[in-house]
Design a protein around this ligand. Structure first.
Ligand code: RB5
Length: 148
């Protein structure tokens, strides 16, 4: 499995701390930046990770900005992306089981390293339930097409 990782400066430190956690799980990491604490614009990194996922170069993505809000809004503008901002393990699990989120979003100024790893683990370990939830995802796709 390959996961694309991206952040702005507000999420840089937390993004870096996720790399060994993912590698310990034998997950290949595609680091889309940013690469320092220097100020950058979160939409640039949201777009990079979103495209890696929608173009099939990564199986899923993880994005981090200060709160997770801006970078999730930006990622969700890319058709086919279901980016879920989560703050607890229930949300992280539901993001996969019900929403089949292909991008997990975290707040670097909200979570400590351990909590962030717990959330990523809950999302990775969960399985999409399909069924009625697939029907709802299909409706999201219909909205994307309708307002393209
Ligand atoms: C950057 O200062 C901050 O606005 C950004 O990381 C994020 O929190 C935006 O939603």
């Amino acid at each position: 499995m390959k996961i694309a990782l991206g952040s702005d400066h507000g999420g840089y430190s937390l993004k870096q701390s996720l790399v060994p956690f993912l590698q310990q799980r034998d997950i290949e990491v595609a680091d889309a930046g940013t690469n320092s604490e220097a100020s950058v614009d979160y939409p640039d990194f949201a777009e990079r990770v979103a495209l890696l996922v929608t173009q099939g170069e990564a199986d899923a993505g993880i994005l981090v900005c200060g709160t997770g809000i801006g970078i999730s809004i930006a990622a969700n503008k890319v058709p086919g992306i279901r980016a879920a901002l989560v703050t607890d393990t229930f949300m992280a699990r539901m993001a996969k089981e019900h929403n089949n989120a292909n991008v997990l979003v975290l707040g670097g100024r909200v979570l400590d390293e351990q909590k962030a790893c717990d959330l990523v683990g809950a999302w990775l370990d969960a399985t999409f339930e399909g069924g009625r939830h697939q029907g709802r995802l299909d409706k999201i796709t219909e909205i994307e097409i309708k307002y393209r």
